[in-house]
Ligand binder design. Structure first.
Ligand SMILES: [Zn+2]
Length: 185
């Protein structure tokens, strides 16, 4: 049956009822808005970046009522970004793990939102799981990406430059000699 599962139009209720689990890896470029956050160093790096994902459905029986429908989602990506401290490349490990419970309508969602641990979504006949995965990862992405500890840059070029600058500032011995020669005896 898994061949028939279209994650762009998932029938959540059936997915939960059957307790289906799926996982895979999707190229970063597939998620346009998420890819916009990335600053890959090369095309190869961008191509090699994948979003790992897994989803599972669960239907929890409720005494005297309709079963609760759950979708558990886990997604992660090592997003190439730019460190805002040292401006070097950094891979931000973005991980999102979230459970969603589906309720019949917006009113129920609002009424039960405060007492629910999980996120509540209104049940639609077809759920775009890709969009959900992308939204969750974007929400978990760092606003200010940074290395936990920036790589200590050995300022070789900087010290070379200052060495050269120091040399340039030193009076040229030949120029000094020329100055001497110009001096009237
Ligand atoms: Zn850094």
């Amino acid at each position: 049956m898994e061949k028939n599962l279209d994650l762009k139009r998932l029938h959540v209720k059936a997915f939960a009822r059957d307790g289906v689990s799926l996982n895979g890896a999707q190229p970063l470029a597939f998620f346009e808005r998420l890819a916009d956050l990335a600053t890959a160093q090369s095309a190869t790096e961008a191509e090699n970046t994948h979003v790992q994902w897994e989803i599972s459905g669960e239907s929890v029986p409720v005494a005297g009522g309709e079963a609760h429908i759950f979708l558990h989602l886990k997604a992660s990506v090592a997003l190439p970004m730019q460190c805002q401290r040292c401006l070097g490349p950094v891979h931000s490990e973005i991980v999102s793990e979230q459970s969603f419970r589906f309720v019949p309508d917006e009113a129920t969602a609002e009424a039960e939102d405060d007492e629910s641990e999980e996120d509540l979504l209104v049940l639609t006949p077809e759920l775009d799981v890709w969009e959900l995965i992308e939204d969750e990862l974007i929400m978990s992405a760092p606003i200010v990406p940074k290395h936990p500890v920036c790589p200590t840059s050995v300022p070789m070029s900087a010290s070379d430059e200052s060495f050269e600058a120091a040399l340039a500032e030193r009076p040229n011995p030949f120029a000094a000699l020329a100055e001497l020669k110009k001096k009237p005896h």
